[in-house]
Design a protein around this ligand. Structure first.
Ligand code: F6R
Length: 264
């Protein structure tokens, strides 16, 4: 795992968007794993800008989202399909048929989860998985105690997650209780993981996930087992990290990051 600290949320999101753009240019057939949530909104805004201004081409790539609420129709304004259409898909040249989210309205949810895993495998697996982190330490909707070998399945949302999403839904009682989510095992199989966190309210959980013990109580800590995981945080979200001086030096000196340092 490597940790990159950027001065603010905009710079952190820009780095993530630039990494996605670089990977997409290197491999136009990239299979992207996508996340939703407030943190990702600026990443998608920047990707849309790169598409418009620099011709970033999504025509051959495909995508699989991490999760979708059970019971919400794709055109429900609170569904993640709707979020993706609004924030990314309808503004870039990605083929709609190459975009995948679990169907939260499937009559047979278990079969839907199995089919989702099969579709990921059919596309050759996920090349680059974008991740946010919830205050309960989840990646996707892998709530505390999610098995590290878990695959796509239905999960009950943790109280902290319901609380975190209450604002969007206009009250905790309106937040769907369950979601289909890729499993921790599914996420760990992606070739590269890129986790973005910003803001002081994420500082404690980021420190636990990155520097704390690996535990299923904090699903994001499983990323310590991933061979290629980059955690991008802003100064506020980095506030509780003990090794921040070392992490800063990596971004400032490692050749891999040279082209991204020029953004500053
Ligand atoms: C959503 C998802 C979640 C979010 C996380 C952070 O698809 O996978 O794990 O990434 O809850 O959400 P925000 O960015 O709203 O704080």
């Amino acid at each position: 795992m490597e940790v990159i600290i950027r001065p603010d949320a905009d710079a952190a999101a820009e780095l993530v968007a630039r990494i996605v753009a670089k990977e997409l240019r290197a491999n136009p057939h990239l299979v992207l794993g996508l996340a939703t949530g407030r943190t990702m909104e600026s990443v998608y805004r920047l990707l849309v800008r790169l598409h418009r201004k620099e011709g970033l081409d999504f025509s051959l790539c495909s995508s699989f989202n991490l999760d979708e609420y059970v019971g919400l129709a794709p055109d429900d304004p609170y569904s993640y399909r709707h979020y993706m259409n609004e924030h990314l898909f309808q503004h870039v040249n990605i083929e709609p048929r190459n975009t995948h989210l679990p169907d939260g309205q499937a009559a047979n949810l278990d079969a839907e989860c199995r089919n989702y895993e099969a579709a990921i495998a059919k596309f050759g697996g996920i090349d680059l998985q974008l991740l946010g982190i919830g205050r309960a330490g989840h990646i996707g909707f892998n709530e505390p105690l999610s098995a590290f070998k878990s695959r796509t399945r239905v999960k009950s949302l943790a109280p902290l997650t319901l609380e975190q999403n209450a604002g969007l839904f206009g009250g905790v009682d309106k937040v769907p209780r369950r979601a289909i989510t890729m499993g921790v095992g599914t996420i760990l199989e992606s070739r590269r993981c890129l986790l973005l966190a910003a803001g002081a309210e994420k500082a404690e959980i980021v420190a636990k996930a990155v520097e704390g013990p690996i535990t299923s109580m904090i699903s994001a800590s499983a990323l310590q087992l991933h061979a290629r995981c980059t955690v991008v945080v802003d100064e506020s979200a980095a506030g509780r990290l003990e090794g921040s001086e070392y992490y800063r030096r990596i971004f400032e000196t490692e050749p891999e990051w040279e082209e991204f340092r020029k953004m500053d």
